[in-house]
Design a protein around this ligand. Structure first.
Ligand code: CAA
Length: 379
């Protein structure tokens, strides 16, 4: 057992940390305020190969492993959780299923431009009536000669109106339940595809969260991902990896909120001394730091399990459950320790608390993570 990062992982951490501090952090408040998609960050992430950090070099990626991916999302989210999720959703929810289940032609055509960062990816599973109950897909796909005709609506899709390539789930055999769901790779310019409304959200405001609308959308037969009926398993395995990304995002937010609090309490003076001199605040920060470190161990363990080809469903669920709750708790405490200033937009902790909340919801709510963990315990 080794709790030290390898030199390679330390290098990833240092590079992304410097990039996040120098280029992402300075515009994080403005992205939140204007709710604009941070194209310049994505361009830079392409340059640093972050958009394919865990994709083999032969397919345009950086050739890193899942721990490198978790560290990347953590460091980006420490500065800006919007930027963290753009990278995470793209790499884990769009690149990974093509890498894992795609044919060689699909990898050449779709994975390469995604992993190199030339194109952006998204994942279309959630529907108005299929949220936590992801198996209740109402989108239908019907095989007609050389193509599938797909009809339905997806909601809450991260990178929705910025993506070029979508992994879309639809029922091909509705009477078979979850075993009748199939996965498809969908080009944005497919006839019958359109992007619906963009959500106005509490946090991660620069992340484009939209509806996707399919009206007699004609998807070529060769864009079926995996086999017919394999879609639900593809979605679940993909989300197992995505949850490591959301856990890393939550960890980054928590670390960012802790950093801000340590700096602030050393500078802010009350009763003729920096407030960091008061033991009441020291103990709060000691607890926050311990929780952040415990979350980090769970997140890195889940990432290592995936990197080493070991089971990681439960590990990812535990990491996401715990890290997201730590992010909420630590960001909330951070505001408290900043006092009135923490409640204003002059300090980033207010944004961090709003950003933290989504990590308890998307890619499976905390309740769904508890279902996954207890299911494993009781099987
Ligand atoms: N890996 C592989 N297979 C899995 C699996 C996993 N992690 N989880 C379930 N399966 C398989 C089961 O083994 C079962 O197959 P068999 O019958 O062959 O054994 C099949 O899938 C059905 O399993 P369940 O009966 O457990 O399925 P369920 O309908 O009860 O659902 C659930 C289980 C865990 C609640 C699941 O529906 C779930 O994860 N829900 C949450 C969905 C979610 O996370 N949505 C987020 C979407 S993405 C997003 O947030 C937006 C974005 O863009 C970021």
């Amino acid at each position: 057992m080794n709790f030290e990062l390898s030199n390679e992982h330390k290098m990833v951490q240092k590079t992304i940390r410097e990039f996040a501090q120098n280029e992402v952090e300075p515009i994080a408040a403005e992205i939140d305020e204007t709710e604009r998609f941070p194209t310049e960050n994505v361009d830079q992430m392409q340059r640093y190969k972050m958009m394919g950090v865990n994709v083999p070099k032969e397919y345009g990626g950086a050739g890193g492993d899942e721990l490198a991916y978790a560290i990347t999302v953590e460091e980006l989210s420490r500065a800006c959780a919007t930027t963290g999720i753009i990278c995470s959703a793209h790499t884990s929810l769009a690149c990974w299923p093509i890498l894992k289940y795609g044919t060689e032609e699909q990898k050449q055509k779709y994975l390469k431009p995604l992993a190199s960062g030339e194109k952006i990816g998204a994942f279309g599973l959630t529907e108005p009536n299929a949220g936590s109950d992801a198996g209740s897909q109402e989108t239908r796909a019907e095989l007609k000669d050389d193509h599938y005709l797909i009809n339905g609506t997806k909601i809450f899709i991260t990178n929705g109106d910025e993506a070029d390539t979508y992994i879309v789930f639809a029922m091909t055999e509705p009477d078979k339940g979850v075993k009748g769901i199939s996965a498809f790779i969908v080009d944005r310019d497919t006839p019958g595809f359109s992007v619906g409304k963009r959500e106005k959200k509490m946090g991660i405001k620069g992340s484009a969260t939209t509806e996707l609308i399919f009206e007699n959308m004609k998807v070529p037969k060769e864009n079926l991902l995996g086999k017919e009926g394999q879609g639900f398993k593809i979605a679940m395995k993909t989300l197992d990896g995505g949850r490591i990304g959301v856990a890393a995002q939550a960890l980054g937010i928590a670390q960012g909120a802790l950093d801000e609090t340590v700096n602030y309490t050393k500078e802010r003076e009350q009763f003729n001394r920096p407030i960091a001199k008061f033991q009441g605040l020291q103990f709060e920060m000691a607890d926050m730091s311990t929780q952040v470190e415990a979350a980090r161990l769970l997140v890195y363990r889940a990432a290592m399990a995936k990197a080493q080809g070991k089971p990681y469903t439960k590990e990812a669920a535990m990491a996401k459950l715990y890290a997201s709750e730590v992010a909420m708790h630590v960001a909330n405490k951070a505001i408290q320790l900043h006092g009135g200033y923490g409640y204003t937009k002059d300090y980033p902790v207010e944004r961090m608390l709003r950003d933290a909340k989504i990590t308890e919801i998307y890619e499976g709510t905390s309740e769904v993570q508890r279902m996954v963990i207890s299911g494993d315990l009781l099987k």
